[in-house]
Design a protein around this ligand. Structure first.
Ligand code: 4AD
Ligand code: MG
Length: 480
């Protein structure tokens, strides 16, 4: 007989059949009721053993955390809390878990803080919370591919090791195999990267955008979905040094079409999660309600998790220009009463997350797409508007998250781009290939980047980005 996952068994609704199930013991009550979980669902399967008829040694080894196999009959449950259960005829302990050792870990059945769970990231996925988050993460990743594949996009693998700094922000991790203690030097005493593996300076990519643009200018519609790396020293609940980014890039799309794409895409994947992660989202919603009980009334969310997700689906994102946003912020109470950490004085100011959150959570009370930012605070590749001072940039801002998407229409005019690169000290020699696109059949094109972990955070309601990726990399932390 083939063994089945608990999810398959619970969905089959067929009782009085012989089954074999394998999983890890969550609890063992009264020497009779084993709660078994195998990761296929948040639900546990109740396995009932008739202890008089079982070897005492085996029962003793049936402890929390142990891996077991049970064979038996699936029957309707007499007890409350489950519809079916297994009447066990054979119990095998596949892998023991010493209770004394288990006690010292997060596997011990009591409440552990998220901080403690993070320290045992190799075990935390066995908890209900992390099982739910990671299953949802997996479903969301599938939904991303499904959306683009259904809509005629080609999946493009942008390189992970690159010589360019796509964002021009200099927040890169160097890739080298030179001897760090004794590097070869050139005649001026500087490290000689001609001696390095690639015979030049290289780094881990901060974004696949520039390479994706080259593919969009041939295949039309492309997207990347891969790891990206930023050596920014921000210890916040929204930043990782290694995160996954989704970057669609579309030939002939202007900024309006880019906004339509971002909104349609986000709604699709969130709807997919609502339809395909019902049990996990229900669990996470209740977890959040529980967590918020300890917060003062005015800090609790107005909506439950799934209400919040449905709200996204049912409402248009508000599209607001940077200039309008600055006016709103200047006139806002927290600005006038100097409650913001960074007071907005004038047009041109970079928006901090406190400002973004004010716009989304207090003023508009809906997701917002801000567009047409000052050229000075945005990357070199964004298309200059006729006013000469703003660029066709867009950021999608979400409640509780702030910026979830950053994108733009790209500068497609050779001369304008070259001038801008020179003014911003971006090497036109290094990026000759990027300029080439503007020489050979240039066209209007646009794209954006969505931080996958911020999407998972929003969908699961987890407050800290470290809790939505299996092994978070942050300043001072690359454990596991
Ligand atoms: O706004 P960013 O820096 O834009 C780009 O990289 C463009 N090249 C994208 C494009 O147009 N193709 O980053 C895009 C998104 C952000 O909105 C945010 O969601 C996420 O990536 N992000 C991070 N997520 C986690 N940790 C970090 N350190 C992040 N930095 C950016
Ligand atoms: Mg950005």
């Amino acid at each position: 007989m083939q063994h089945k996952t608990i999810d398959e068994l619970l969905k089959s609704e067929k009782t009085h059949v012989d089954v074999i199930v394998r999983g890890w013991v969550r609890s063992f009550r009264s020497n009779r009721f084993i709660a078994l979980n195998d990761g296929s669902t948040i639900k546990t399967l109740q396995c009932v053993v008739d202890f008089e008829n079982f070897d005492e040694e085996i029962l003793k080894k049936t402890t929390v955390g142990a891996a077991i196999e049970v064979a038996g009959v699936l029957v309707e449950s007499q007890g409350q809390g489950q519809t079916v259960e297994v009447q066990v005829s054979k119990l095998t302990v596949l892998g023991e878990a010493n209770p004394e050792d288990v006690k010292l870990t997060i596997l011990s059945p009591k409440r552990h803080s998220l901080e403690t769970l993070r320290e045992q990231a190799h075990l935390r996925v066995r908890t209900n919370t992390f099982g739910a988050v990671m299953r949802t993460r997996s479903k969301l990743a599938f939904a991303v591919h499904e959306y683009f594949q259904k809509n005629g996009f080609n999946y493009m693998h942008s390189p992970i090791i690159t010589g360019s700094d796509a964002e021009g922000a200099g927040e890169m991790f160097r890739v080298t195999n030179l001897d760090a203690k004794n590097p070869p030097l050139d005649e001026n005493g500087n490290v000689d990267f001609k001696e390095d593996f690639f015979e030049k300076e290289t780094n881990l990519t901060v974004s696949g955008q520039l390479e994706a643009e080259t593919y969009a200018m041939a295949l039309g519609k492309v997207y990347t979905f891969g790891p990206t790396f930023r050596a920014e020293n921000s210890n916040t609940s929204r930043h990782l040094a290694e995160f996954w980014m989704i970057e669609p890039e579309v030939a002939f799309n202007d900024l309006d079409a880019n906004m339509d794409l971002a909104e349609d895409f986000i709604k699709y994947v969130i709807n997919y999660a609502l339809e395909n992660c019902a049990d996990d989202l229900e669990f996470l919603e209740n977890r959040l309600l529980e967590e918020e009980k300890n917060k003062p009334q005015d800090e609790r969310s107005e909506m439950k998790l799934r209400e919040k997700l449905r709200f996204i689906l049912e409402n248009n994102f508000k599209r607001v220009s940077y200039t309008e946003a600055i006016d709103i912020l200047k006139r806002s109470k927290p600005n006038q009463k100097k409650k913001f950490k960074y007071i907005i004085e004038e047009w041109g100011a970079d928006l901090q997350s406190e400002h973004e959150r004010f716009l989304v959570e207090k003023h508009f009370k809906s997701p917002v797409i801000l567009f047409d930012y000052p050229a000075k605070i945005k990357a070199f590749y964004m298309r200059l508007n006729d006013d000469g001072k703003t660029v066709r940039a867009m950021d999608v801002l979400f409640p509780g998250i702030g910026e979830i998407v950053g994108g733009s229409q790209r500068e497609e005019r050779y001369d304008v781009l070259k001038q801008k690169m020179e003014a911003m000290d971006i090497s036109t020699e290094e990026l000759y290939w990027y300029l080439d696109l503007r020489k050979f059949g240039t066209a209007v094109h646009s794209g954006f980047g969505l931080g996958f972990e911020r999407l998972v955070q929003f969908t699961t309601g987890m407050g800290n980005i470290r809790d939505v990726i299996p092994y978070p990399r942050t300043p001072g932390n690359a454990e596991f």
